[in-house]
Design a protein around this ligand. Structure first.
Ligand SMILES: NC(=O)c1ccc[n+]([C@@H]2O[C@H](COP(=O)([O-])OP(=O)(O)OC[C@H]3O[C@@H](n4cnc5c(N)ncnc54)[C@H](OP(=O)(O)O)[C@@H]3O)[C@@H](O)[C@H]2O)c1
Length: 273
């Protein structure tokens, strides 16, 4: 199948590209910096040409920062992408949107943007599937665990997380992309639910950090949602009856692999067309 991966140079996207190629699909990588198919979701530049002949579009693009910037790429960018898909001569038969578990239940700007992106996809003309993942191990380490270590303290907000291996999430996205659109949600999570404090301890041990853990209470509705496990999937961990897919890579395993191959996964995929 001819598959376009928007954001195919990113943390998740490049692994999706690898999975699809090893499954025998013809894959093109679309991003602002892609070697061949340069596009910009914030303007629509390059989209029409880059999508010519594509049967499936996987949107693994991302943008963090101000709410306007995030919205410009993920929501307005999705509108431009869907419009370009409708213009493709043979018609794009499947739009796969990568999103976040429970994004519609977490009162944070980025999550609201992701929920709006999902709604746009659901209302679009291209048949679709949304794949929601929990936080990737790399993201948890970079966002919650690494930044404060130089200060000698490790701020640890009370929250539950169920981080997933990026390769596990990519495998789920690739399987969905190769299948028919379901007009529904597929969820992929990690195998274990952790208190952030436990993840912080594992991270400190793995990095030889002596930073002191400093418990922090996030106030209000956001704090309550995070403590109650809003970022984890229904059913938590263990035997799953909810239809949620479980990755196999625990955070401990990811830390171990990272110690042995610290630069693994930073490669940009080579373009085949
Ligand atoms: N990170 C997590 O923990 C996590 C968890 C669950 C779900 N997700 C979802 O997974 C998806 C991918 O996240 P990620 O962490 O893999 O992202 P990432 O590493 O930041 O990669 C973002 C990708 O988007 C491309 N991009 C950014 N702005 C663009 C634009 N204006 N036009 C075209 N391409 C653009 C980037 O390439 P260029 O810079 O070359 O344009 C890059 O390929 C997102 O939908 C995110 O919400 C992430």
């Amino acid at each position: 199948m001819d598959i376009a991966v928007v954001g195919g140079t990113g943390l998740l996207g490049r692994r999706v590209v690898d999975r699809l190629r090893s499954g025998g699909h013809t894959v093109r990588v679309l991003s602002r910096d892609a070697p061949v198919h340069r596009i910009d979701l914030t303007t629509g530049a390059g989209l029409a040409r880059a999508l010519e002949g594509a049967a499936v579009v996987v949107d693994a693009s991302n943008r963090t920062g101000t709410s306007a910037a995030t919205r410009g790429t993920l929501v307005e960018g999705t509108a431009r992408l869907l419009e370009a898909e409708a213009e493709v001569a043979a018609g794009v038969a499947h739009h796969v949107c990568v999103s976040i578990v429970n994004c519609d239940e977490v009162p944070l700007g980025y999550y609201r943007v992701k929920a709006d992106q999902e709604r746009l996809v659901e209302r679009g003309r291209t048949p679709w599937t949304i794949v929601r993942a929990t936080q990737f191990h790399e993201f948890v380490a970079a966002t919650f665990l690494a930044p404060l270590k130089r200060l000698g303290v490790h701020a640890v907000p009370g929250m539950l997380l169920q981080p997933v291996g990026t390769s596990d999430a990519a495998g789920a996205v690739a399987r969905v992309a190769a299948a028919a659109p379901s007009r529904g949600l597929v969820e992929i999570t990690g195998p274990r639910v952790y208190e952030l404090g436990e993840l912080a301890r594992l991270w400190r041990e793995s990095n030889g950090s002596r930073a002191l853990p400093l418990p922090v209470r996030v106030p209000g509705a956001l704090g309550r949602a995070l403590r109650a496990g809003a970022l984890t999937a229904p059913g938590g961990e263990g035997q799953d009856t909810s239809g949620v897919l479980r990755g196999t890579t625990t955070f401990e395993e990811w830390l171990r692999l990272r110690r042995h191959a610290p630069h693994a996964g930073r490669r940009v995929p080579t373009e085949t067309r």
